[in-house]
Design a protein around this ligand. Structure first.
Ligand code: DC
Length: 232
């Protein structure tokens, strides 16, 4: 193996399997994995729990003064071996994935000061390189100099089916049509928001994984990593 540490940015639409492939690669090559979407979800959960979202409107004044109190961290669950998200010291991994949070996260992730705070934290996490981060703006805004950038796409229906299977596996009810509508709404909001809209970085490699198995996409990503390292 080599000792060149790089930054790997994986962006794309929601529920495209970005985190599955990002986690797999990080585990295989011994890199840190960071789910930037979980950070936006955790801020959204904080807003919902503290009644900062009313009738689809975020109380940005109160949120701005609360930002300093919102501490997001990640820790490995020793039993499952999986990484979990913490909000102010409490594990919120399950709660941040539910529809209540999914339906409001686009509102919160449009707010400039939320993005600035989370992007600053994401850059600190990547200071030592050796990191795989997934999200919407990792290759465009967070790490524009990342050595490897991937942009993942898949059809909205395929993505809804995958998310429903995940929810069912976690023992939750899943309405595929409602999930597909939520995905389409988030695609639209992610692509049209003013700050850091979702778009492919000019130097990103595009992957449509609609017809790929998880093993195939993991192998594809590992091959892109090996090519990148060989070029350095
Ligand atoms: O990847 P995800 O579905 O868990 O992301 C949740 C939301 O957070 C998504 O609707 C868009 C937003 N997001 C973002 O704006 N920028 C990121 N880097 C990651 C996620």
């Amino acid at each position: 193996m080599d000792n060149k540490s790089i930054i790997i940015a994986i962006d794309g639409f929601s529920s495209c399997g970005k985190s599955t492939m990002a986690k797999d690669l990080a585990r295989r090559i011994g890199y840190i994995y960071v789910d930037s979407g979980a950070m936006y979800r955790a801020v959204t959960l904080y807003c919902l729990d503290n009644r900062l979202i009313n009738d689809g409107v975020v109380d940005t004044q109160r949120l701005a003064s609360a930002m300093g109190e919102i501490v997001i961290s990640f820790a490995n669950n020793p039993t499952s071996g999986k990484q979990e998200t913490y909000l102010n010291g409490v594990c919120v991994e399950q709660e941040i994935r539910n529809m209540r949070v999914s339906n409001s996260v686009s509102l919160v992730s449009q707010i400039d000061f939320v993005r600035e705070a989370l992007v600053a934290q994401q850059r600190r996490l990547g200071e030592a390189k050796g990191i795989v981060m997934d999200g919407r703006d990792i290759g465009t805004a967070v790490f524009p100099d990342a050595e490897l950038k991937i942009f993942v796409t898949a059809s909205a229906r395929t993505r809804a089916e995958r998310r429903a299977a995940e929810m069912q596996a976690a023992g939750e009810n899943a309405d595929i049509d409602a999930i597909e509508r939520n995905i389409a709404m988030r695609d639209e909001m992610d692509m049209t928001r003013k700050i850091s809209p979702l778009r492919k970085a000019h130097d990103a490699i595009e992957l449509d994984n609609s017809r790929m198995t998880i093993d195939e996409q993991n192998a594809w990503l590992l091959a892109r990593y090996e090519e990148t390292i060989a070029r350095l």
